[in-house]
Design a protein around this ligand. Structure first.
Ligand code: SF4
Length: 369
C-alpha cells in the first residue's frame, strides 16, 4: 500500500451559492415552462461552463436588449440591472423574469432609500462591474463610486454631513474594511448598512481560503477570470502567503505548480463537477490524499420568482422542495398569469396587482449562514 505524501485540502464552503443556484434554476425552469429560446441579459453568472450548458439547452445570452425579439422572454442575470434596463424591457414588450440575487436587491433598496432621504451614496466597488452599474442606476445623480482608500481621500462632497455608503456584494472583506475606515475618518457622520453588503457566500469562501493558506503553500481557485469573487479569493490567498492560481478548468493546472500540500477552492459561480475534475488532475500529478477543510455549514435558499413557479406548477414542471410554499402562494396570488390560462386562479374577487418578477425583499428566507 502506498502512503500519500501530501494532502489536497478541499475548501468548504466552495462553489455555488444560493444566488447562483437560484439564477441557474430560473433559466432552466423558464426553458421548460416557456420553451426555447429564452434570452438572458448578460451571462447569467460569470462562468463559461454554466453559460455553455444553458446555451446548449436553448438560452441566448446578450448584453443588448435590442437583440431580443418583441414579446420574447428575457431573464435578468444574478448581478442585477438598473431601472433603465427594466424600463427598456417593458418598452419593448418583453416578458422579464428577474434572476437578480436577493442580496444584490438588498443593496439596490439601500441605494433607493438613501437617495430618497437626500444622502450622497458612496458605492464601494469596481465601476466597470455589471453589479455596480446596476446598483448605480438606482440613483445615478446621488451616487459616487470608490474603488480604493485613495479614491476616498480624493473625494469632495457637497454636504459631508449627509453621506452613506453601500458596497458591491463580492469584494474582499479586508479591502472594504480599509476603505470603510477611510470613509469614517473623512466623513464621521457617514451612515452604514445595518448588515454588511458583502454577502455570506463571499465572506465564507474568503474565511475558508484564509485558513487554508496557513496550511498550504499552493492554492488553486477554480473560477472565471470575469468572476469578482473568484479573483478576490486569489488575492486573499496571496495576501496570506500562498502561491495562488486562478484556473477555469482542470487542464489549466500546470505540473510545476503542484508541490507540497495543496488547497482547492472555487468561486460562487463554479460548478462542482469542474472542481472534482481539478481534484482528479492534481491526484494524477502527485501522490495526494483528499481531505475536506470545512469552516462553516451553509444552508441558504432563495425562493424562485412566484410567476415562474406558478407556470411550472401549471405545466407539471418539477421544482425543488424548498420552493413548494412559494409556488402555492404564487398560485393563489391574484394576477399571476399561468401559461395557457387567461388568468391565474384567484384567491378572491378583483384583479389585484401583477405578481412582481422576483420575491419581494421581505420574503427572503435565509435559513443559516
Ligand atoms: S455571490 Fe453572493 S451576492 Fe452573488 S449571487 Fe452569490 S449569494 Fe448572491
Amino acid at each position: 500500500m502506498t502512503i500519500a505524501a501530501h494532502t489536497l485540502y478541499l475548501a468548504a464552503p466552495r462553489g455555488f451559492c444560493a444566488g447562483v443556484d437560484r439564477a441557474i434554476d430560473i433559466v432552466d425552469m423558464a426553458l421548460q415552462v416557456y420553451g426555447a429560446p429564452i434570452y438572458v441579459r448578460h451571462e447569467i453568472v460569470h462562468n463559461r461552463h454554466v453559460v455553455d450548458a444553458l446555451r446548449a439547452k436553448g438560452a441566448i445570452f446578450t448584453d443588448d436588449l435590442a437583440d431580443v425579439p418583441r414579446g420574447a422572454v428575457v431573464i435578468f442575470s444574478a448581478h442585477g440591472v438598473s431601472p433603465g434596463v427594466r424600463a427598456e424591457a417593458a418598452a419593448r414588450g418583453l416578458k422579464a423574469l428577474d434572476a437578480t440575487c436577493p442580496l444584490v436587491t438588498k443593496v439596490h433598496l439601500e441605494a433607493l432609500r438613501y437617495a430618497r432621504d437626500g444622502f450622497t451614496i458612496v458605492l464601494i466597488g469596481h465601476r466597470n462591474h455589471v453589479e455596480v452599474q446596476g446598483t448605480m442606476g438606482e440613483a445615478p445623480d446621488s451616487t459616487v463610486v470608490v474603488e480604493t482608500a485613495a479614491d476616498v481621500e480624493a473625494l469632495t462632497l457637497e454636504d459631508p454631513s449627509r453621506v452613506a455608503y453601500i458596497s458591491q456584494t463580492t469584494l474582499s472583506v479586508d479591502d472594504v474594511r480599509a476603505i470603510v475606515e477611510a470613509l469614517k475618518r473623512k466623513f464621521p457622520a457617514i451612515r452604514e448598512p445595518a448588515k454588511a453588503d458583502i454577502c455570506y457566500a463571499t465572506q465564507n469562501r474568503q474565511d475558508a481560503v484564509k485558513e487554508l493558506s496557513r496550511r498550504c503553500k499552493v492554492i488553486l481557485v477554480v473560477g472565471a477570470p470575469t468572476s469578482s469573487n473568484a479573483n478576490r479569493l486569489v488575492e486573499v490567498a496571496a495576501q496570506h502567503g500562498a502561491r495562488a492560481y486562478l484556473i477555469e478548468a482542470a487542464e489549466d493546472i500546470r505540473r510545476e505548480w503542484i508541490v507540497g500540500d495543496v488547497g482547492i477552492t472555487a468561486g460562487a459561480s463554479t460548478p462542482e463537477d469542474v472542481v472534482q475534475a481539478c481534484v482528479a488532475r492534481v491526484r494524477a500529478l502527485g501522490n495526494y490524499r483528499v481531505e475536506e477543510f470545512r469552516l462553516v455549514e451553509e444552508r441558504v435558499m432563495f425562493p424562485l420568482p412566484g410567476e415562474l413557479l406558478a407556470g411550472a406548477k401549471a405545466k407539471g414542471v418539477a421544482f425543488a422542495a424548498g420552493n413548494e410554499r412559494a409556488a402555492a402562494r404564487a398560485s393563489a396570488e391574484p394576477g399571476v398569469r399561468q401559461p395557457g390560462a387567461a388568468r391565474a386562479p384567484r384567491a378572491g374577487s378583483g384583479a389585484g396587482p401583477a405578481q412582481p418578477a422576483a420575491e419581494p425583499a421581505a420574503e427572503f428566507r435565509i435559513r443559516h449562514h
